[in-house]
Design a protein around this ligand. Structure first.
Ligand code: IVH
Length: 696
């Protein structure tokens, strides 16, 4: 195909007829749009796309008779509606049977049912399935005639849905026009959803609107609600500002084979074809043979669930062979060949029993909702953070309220929102105390800060406890077995007043504590002894200097080599360390300027805490400066921590998830979805040898 040079400021064919130019512009905008929205790999800068778009818009304004529904200019626009039109689905939209047993037995039960229906015996080959994600959005039927999107309809009751074409057109990932050769009638089914980052950004904008006093604006509870609200928005202009995405997972009506329609043997082949026609299909679609592979998929996705950029509430298993699907048929509105296998819900309702204020290591006061115990995200939750005063006020959580709590992965549980309609009591709004609830020192909120802090410092027993726990944690000097209950006892009994006191603990002092067996006391003494051999970064991090996290501690240690050099460095010298800005430099200086902090360091050393000291790092070039790497799988010789240390020492960063910004993925044995993601995004993949080569 001879392509026009669309990117030169002047049309390459100056005398090309405007109509031909319109066609060429549309063609190119479709291609660029697909690369941008579906492949997530833009081919040109946004400004370039905009320029072509505006040129097309202008030509269409001059010649309204040329406008077609599949023109890229028709994504936004349209009339504000009074109501949606009801449409009858040519093929009913079914639902899926839900397996609520979230354990592996759920997958087993499905496979057993399918095998029984197909009259398979134990020795017969395993059934082949396609395993997919169960997206947490809303089902949509997209109807294309002669390759042009003519209608988008919600599922509704399965038989009748609502015509939401105007709003669906605004979704960049949904093709308005399909390549030549697609069936004359093609209905593609899938899920409209909102990505988590788009959801956060939308709520951020909504909050700004509310703050600016705009009427009728609200924030959304979760991405699914936001997506549903956007799809059912009568004003397409507003819908266009609510960024939606789409994944295809099935078909509705399609031109039959007898009339030249496509013939698919398997569900998997059908999905691949949809992908080739320009529809987004989730990367996590996999073929799974028999129950064991379904179980493995369910577990694998369970692990990465929270790292996905969108919400899922389970996975879906479908019999792959379409012939077998037909043989299995339906029960009422649910096919026998598919099942949704859920995960434990991440949101639940419960009631607020009290709102406590906790004091952290740096004196930060955090309001915490005490909840009636509720099972959410796989654990029983009794506390949920309200973050700070503004958040607690914004959500207006009060004692006695019914609230939605959310716990996703390792994230600490939080209160999402209050069900205001269920508020019965007269409890007043939450207010932050102006004195520390533990030591009664003044609590102050500094200009520009979100947090109140207790000004008691180490006079405050809560801060003391947290400081000790921070020092003893695994990532600092690691005193195994020294948990919060024990520290609480030791501090409350005044056995320990500061960090060095830890190393003055005798066996008898420990053994005399409540509920402390001799054996456990000895274990703690041994763990304390072991913790004395540490490293400079761990020790430095353990001191709990404000703004000095693990990464900064490592950088400081690498740069200066010895603790004395760090303690004596002035702000200017500290600023020379990568990762250290003015706030961090000042915080380090302030810390070591206080005599009692130096005293703590001296006493810890006197108690025998030591680490190997090194020479200051030469300021030589860092081969991985500015580079982000992701580790996945098991490397042949390097442990994960060792690999991370090496990368960081070379100036690189190690991230937990693969994105377009990742420079390298280092993959070892049994690398999983991160490797797939790297291949998908074209991120270079290295093995251990390759990494070591880079580090040279
Ligand atoms: S297939 C005959 N696949 O789950 C099966 N549905 O009750 C038709 N859903 O609201 C649906 N992810 O929107 C299918 N990978 C997936 C899905 C999926 C989410 C939703 C769908 C519908 C519900 C089915």
């Amino acid at each position: 195909m001879a392509t026009l040079d669309l990117f030169s400021p002047e049309p390459a064919v100056p005398d090309s007829l405007p109509y031909e130019r319109v066609l060429a512009l549309r063609e190119e905008l479709h291609r660029l749009g697909h690369a941008y929205y579906v492949l997530d790999a833009p081919l040109v800068p946004d400004a370039e796309y905009d320029r072509l778009f505006r040129e097309l818009q202008e030509l269409e304004t001059q010649h309204p008779e040329w406008v077609t529904p599949d023109s890229p200019t028709q994504r936004v626009g349209g009339q504000v509606l009074d109501a949606f039109t009801s449409v009858r689905h040519a093929v009913p939209m079914l639902s899926i049977r839900t397996e609520t047993d979230t354990e592996s037995t759920g997958a087993l039960a499905f496979d057993t049912r399918v095998r029984k229906e197909l009259e398979l015996n134990e020795g017969d080959t395993p059934v082949e399935y396609v395993a997919e994600l169960k997206f947490d959005g809303l089902a949509m039927n997209l109807r294309y005639e002669q390759g042009v999107l003519v209608q988008a309809a919600t599922r509704g009751d399965g038989e009748y849905g609502e015509d939401v074409t105007q709003n669906i057109r605004t979704i960049g990932q949904i093709p308005l026009r399909l390549p030549a050769g697609v069936p004359a009638v093609l209905e593609v089914r899938g899920e409209v959803y909102m990505r988590r980052d788009d959801f956060e950004a939308l709520n951020e904008r909504q909050r700004a609107r509310i703050a600016a006093g705009e009427k009728g604006e609200k924030t959304f509870v979760n991405p699914r609600n936001a997506a549903a609200g956007a799809v059912r928005q009568l004003d397409p202009g507003i819908a266009a500002q609510r960024p939606l995405s789409f994944f295809a997972y099935g078909l509705g009506e399609v031109t039959p084979a007898s009339e030249g329609g496509p013939v698919f043997g398997t569900h998997y082949a059908m999905l691949q074809t949809l992908k080739s026609w320009g529809f987004p299909v989730a990367a996590q679609v996999e073929i799974a043979r028999g129950a064991p592979e379904l179980i493995a998929y369910h577990q694998r996705i369970g692990v990465i669930r929270d790292n996905l950029s969108f919400d899922i509430d389970g996975v879906v298993y479908k019999v792959n062979s379409l012939a077998l699907q037909q043989r299995l048929g339906f029960v009422t509105r649910e096919p026998r060949w598919a099942v949704a296998h859920k995960y434990p819900a991440q949101e639940q309702l419960t009631t607020v029993l009290a709102i406590d204020v906790q004091v952290g290591r740096t004196g930060k006061l955090t309001p915490v909702a005490k909840l009636a115990p509720v099972f959410v995200g796989g654990v029983t939750v009794t506390n949920a953070t309200l973050h700070n005063e503004d958040e607690a006020r914004r959500k207006d959580v009060r004692v006695g309220d019914t609230v939605i709590v959310r716990r996703a992965g390792d994230v600490i549980p939080e209160v999402v929102s209050v069900l205001l309609e269920k508020r019965a009591g007269e409890a007043p709004p939450f207010t932050m105390p102006r004195i520390c609830p533990v030591c009664q020192s003044a609590a102050v909120r500094e200009e520009g800060e979100a947090d109140y802090r207790c000004t008691g410092g180490l006079f405050c027993s809560a801060q003391r406890k947290q400081a000790i726990l921070h020092f003893a944690q695994r990532r600092a000097v690691e005193v195994e077995g020294l948990g919060d209950k024990l520290v609480e006892q030791l501090v409350d009994a005044n056995v320990i007043r500061n960090l060095p006191d830890l190393y003055r603990l005798g066996l008898s002092a420990l053994a005399s504590l409540d509920r402390m067996a001799d054996k456990s006391a000895q274990n703690i003494v041994d763990a304390l002894e072991k913790s004395k051999q540490t490293t400079l970064p761990r020790f430095l991090f353990g001191l709990g200097i404000r703004h000095v996290g693990e990464a900064t501690a490592k950088e400081l240690a690498r740069h200066f080599g010895t603790l004395d050099a760090i303690m004596d460095a002035d702000e200017e010298a500290l600023l020379a360390v990568s990762d250290v800005g003015p706030i961090v430099a000042q915080s380090i200086r302030t810390f070591f300027d206080q005599a009692h902090n130096r005293e703590v360091v001296e006493q810890l050393r006197a108690c025998g805490v030591t680490w190997p000291e090194g020479a200051p790092a030469d300021a030589g070039p860092k081969p991985l400066a500015g580079k982000t790497l992701v580790l996945t799988g098991t490397l042949p010789t390097l442990g994960r921590d060792a690999a991370k240390d090496l990368i960081e020492a070379a100036g690189g960063k190690v991230s937990g998830s693969v994105s377009k910004k990742t420079h390298y993925v280092v993959a070892g044995a049994e690398a999983g979805s991160k490797l797939d993601k790297a291949n998908e995004l074209g991120v270079p993949v290295l093995d251990e040898a390759g990494l070591l080569e880079l580090l040279k």
